[in-house]
Design a protein around this ligand. Structure first.
Ligand code: SF4
Ligand code: SF4
Length: 338
């Protein structure tokens, strides 16, 4: 383990040598790329210096597409021949907040928990990534990570704190230690947010009778089924499969997987055209209970990490934290803090 303080200049040469081996991906502010021409977009991107990293603002989009791209080619086919595609995956370092590192624990569970059928496309990308922790100085308005118990983590290869005159760094990964030379030795420990701005209580027991509660009707009226809550969520991992045929041949092409959303029309359509979640309130129920009930029954931990991004992006001002509070009241306030 190495702990040190480095100057801006030292940071420049450390970045230089680190980037010879690793692609460095972190939150950045893309000026003028927001929803309107005079707004910016906070997103993940490859950076060319530590200075480019936006340490203090929350990204609108999560980092999940580094491990699980929006669109991913799986194999090529020509008549009955199948050729697996092997992506070139560069080793990467990704900068993440504690909730987002915990979110990777959730996507690991989605894709890797099944001993017999691990998802090789996710696994290859996951093995190429090292996680670098970033601090939150204080909670952002819509976050409820403390309520979800995801405000802390020890699962990181390194930690970096930006100061006015340099950086404080803690490196726990032996392979990375050699890159962090120079600087002044100093004890460095990450600080974690200890209180949400708007704490909520997570119901401990949710009986199936809640499925038929009137609560969900409100969402049938309010939700416009745009799916933005899913695409902005670091733990949603549903996808659909598409076969894209070559323009030159009708028996050759590529099979791809593409992100999907449980909130959009036809997500639950089965063979025979049976759709078992037509009302939008039913889709909301499915999403929310998956996040705080069903997934936990399988894995022992909640799927929602309380990042608040779905609240931030919803055009209809639907809030998952408010919905969880409503459920808590209906179930008699039987919740605990995590
Ligand atoms: S707060 Fe919303 S976006 Fe964040 S993990 Fe929970 S469900 Fe997903
Ligand atoms: S972002 Fe809001 S309106 Fe869009 S699907 Fe999600 S809950 Fe519905």
């Amino acid at each position: 383990m190495k702990m040190l303080k480095i100057t801006q200049e030292e940071a420049g040469s450390i970045f230089e040598s680190l980037s010879q081996r690793y692609k460095i991906i972190a939150p950045v502010e893309k000026i003028g790329e927001g929803r309107f021409s005079n707004t910016s977009l906070l997103a993940y991107a490859e950076v060319k210096s530590f200075e480019e990293i936006e340490f203090f603002k929350k990204t609108e989009r999560p980092a999940k597409e580094i491990l699980f791209p929006v669109r991913q080619s799986l194999f090529e086919f020509k008549k009955k021949d199948i050729q697996e595609l092997h992506e070139k995956i560069p080793p990467s370092i990704v900068f993440l907040r504690a909730c987002d590192i915990n979110a990777i624990g959730v996507t690991d569970a989605h894709f890797l928990n099944n001993e017999k059928f691990k998802d090789i496309y996710y696994k290859r990308r996951r093995e190429a990534v090292k996680l670098f922790l970033m601090e939150c100085k204080e909670p952002f308005g819509s976050c409820f990570c403390v309520s979800m118990g995801t405000n802390k983590t020890e699962d990181y290869s390194g930690f970096m704190r930006k100061l006015d005159d340099g950086y404080e760094i803690k490196v726990t990964d032996g392979e990375l230690e050699n890159y962090f030379s120079g600087g002044t030795p100093k004890d460095v420990e990450p600080a974690f947010v200890e209180k949400d701005k708007n704490p909520i209580t997570i119901p401990r027991e949710i009986d199936v009778s809640l499925f038929k509660n009137e609560l969900w009707k409100e969402y049938s009226q309010r939700c416009s089924a745009c799916g933005r809550c899913n695409t902005s969520c670091p733990t949603c991992a549903c996808f659909t499969i598409q076969d894209i045929f070559s323009q030159d041949s009708n028996d050759a092409g590529q099979r791809r997987r593409v992100w999907s959303s449980c909130q959009v029309k036809n997500f639950a359509v089965l063979a025979g055209n049976h759709d078992f979640r037509v009302p939008k309130g039913d889709r909301m129920r499915y999403k929310v209970l998956h996040k705080i009930r069903d997934f936990k029954k399988l894995t022992g931990f909640n799927m929602c990490v309380g990042c608040g991004r779905c609240d931030d992006v919803c055009p209809d001002y639907i809030s998952i934290s408010k919905c969880i509070e409503k459920i808590n009241k209906i179930t008699g306030g039987n919740g605990d803090d995590g």
